[in-house]
Write a protein that binds this ligand. Structure first.
Ligand SMILES: [Zn+2]
Length: 452
């Protein structure tokens, strides 16, 4: 095998057991019938998708905001039936680009350097995950919905709640000429009636909610129900919300960014242009929340007419990151490789979806691999105006302001973790729950607050 890119002992260890399995006859036979990604030397990079990056002479990005989230699920009752709750922490870091220039000369990031990276705020949130009822006579689905809604009442970096940002976002309030006055919800979380029309003007601003339009139901529909996470949570049987944790984490991170964008637009015209927003993971909405990619596309398209929205997604694990390491030597330093449908379905997501458009139901961005001038590889996404046709024939000009954004990504490089960026690594460290002295403290907190 030619996995020369792995260089830490953990990965080396797993590689040894890996080759042992490959030598097993039965496994070999099984693999013969499977389509698996090819070896590095067999990957062909289409030269038309390679582009040399030239950093601009001037840097107009003065600040960087990086958002990261983490969750830990713990038992509150270990005996059967087990009860679980999940602690979430989200953080935004505000970094001055000039501080990074100072840090650039040093081999390691010191604690005093980290102090220069200011946290906007850390937000904590508890989600009942399994067999937990917070109030009597309320079904589990409602308990989960209300917990999420309650969390979105926070103001975080702004003066208004994130719920207000969600309203602004889905009804295109940022655009004075928008005619968007209703939003079609997939189904009512109570009675299941399909295509409930949520009218912009009929919202009850007290709780950012509506009443179900079905006469016999008339129950409360929350604005956060547009994330559709409730569809994954049963009302009574299998009271279990563990299937929504990842999507909730990702959608919350996205909304922390959208919320900060809104706040900046309100503070001063043009201020947002001086910022770069960094999201952990790709710029997309996964699972049940996928529909959010449409209003996101609308927001970015509108704002880009008058402003410059610098927003980038950084992937730190997964098949694309593995592939990027695999083809590292096929790119020159300072080169990007734009990923198209053909490349993705031939080498990364092998299978029978060659007819499909990559990410057409969840992405609002174009994905590419970047090999920086100091030879680190990153899997990145930048917003594109038409994500559906983008993956047929990606063009470098589709990726707005890519050269300046990459110049700043390069400044964020982190020497502590391989191919990690400072905000992601530091945010991970700052908000890490698993590194907490003891998860017992959390457990006790949970029990105390739930009267167990
Ligand atoms: Zn209903």
């Amino acid at each position: 095998m030619s996995n020369e890119y792995t260089n830490n002992s953990f990965e080396r260890g797993s590689r040894i057991s890996h080759s042992y399995i490959i030598n097993d006859e039965e496994v070999k036979q099984y693999l013969n019938n499977c389509e698996i990604p090819v070896e590095a030397e067999d990957v062909e990079l289409n030269d038309a998708l390679k582009h040399d990056i030239i950093y601009p002479e001037e840097n107009t990005i003065e600040f960087i905001v990086a958002v990261d989230g983490e969750s830990t699920t713990i038992p509150v009752k270990k005996t059967f039936p087990s009860s679980l709750i999940t602690f979430f922490q989200f953080g935004s870091l505000l970094i001055k680009s000039a501080d990074l220039d100072e840090m650039e000369m040093k081999p390691f990031v010191s604690p005093s350097d980290i102090k220069k990276l200011k946290e906007i705020k850390r937000e904590k949130f508890v989600l009942p995950t399994k067999n937990v009822a917070l109030k009597k006579d309320i079904d589990f689905r409602t308990t989960v919905r209300e917990a999420i809604h309650e969390f979105f009442k926070k103001t975080h970096s702004g003066k208004t709640s994130i719920l207000a940002t969600l309203y602004w976002f889905i009804f295109e309030q940022y655009n004075p000429t928008s005619t968007k006055n209703n939003y079609k919800l997939s189904q009512c979380p109570h009675c299941g009636t399909n295509n409930i029309v949520l009218e912009k003007d009929k919202i009850d601003f007290k709780n950012y909610s509506w009443r179900c339009t079905h006469d016999k139901c008339n129950k409360e529909i929350l604005i956060t129900d547009v994330f559709r996470l409730f569809e994954k949570v049963d009302k009574f049987e299998n009271a279990d919300a563990s299937g929504i944790i990842t999507y909730l984490e990702s959608v919350t991170e996205s909304f922390f960014i959208i919320h900060t964008i809104k706040s900046l637009l309100e503070i001063q015209d043009g201020l947002v242009n001086r910022f770069l927003f960094v999201k952990d993971g790709p710029l997309s909405f996964g699972g049940e929340t996928a529909n959010m990619h449409k209003p996101m596309q609308a927001l970015l398209t509108y704002l880009n007419k008058n402003n410059k929205i610098n927003l980038i997604g950084v992937e730190t694990s997964g098949a694309f990151v593995d592939h990027a390491r695999q083809i590292k030597d096929k790119l020159n330093p300072g080169q990007v490789f734009l990923l198209n449908n053909e490349h993705i379905y031939t080498y990364i997501q092998v299978g029978n979806h060659k007819e499909q458009q990559y990410g057409s139901t969840s992405y609002y961005s174009g994905k590419f691999i970047y090999k920086s001038f100091d030879e680190r590889v990153y899997v990145l996404t930048l917003p594109v105006e038409n994500h559906i046709t983008y993956y047929n024939q990606p063009e470098i000009t589709d990726l707005k302001n890519i050269e300046e954004v990459l110049m700043n990504v390069d400044k964020l490089r982190c020497d502590i973790y391989e191919n990690a960026l400072i905000p992601v690594a530091v945010a991970n460290k700052l908000i890490s729950l698993t590194n907490h002295p003891s998860s017992n403290i959390l457990e006790r907190f949970a029990k105390k607050n739930m009267g167990r």
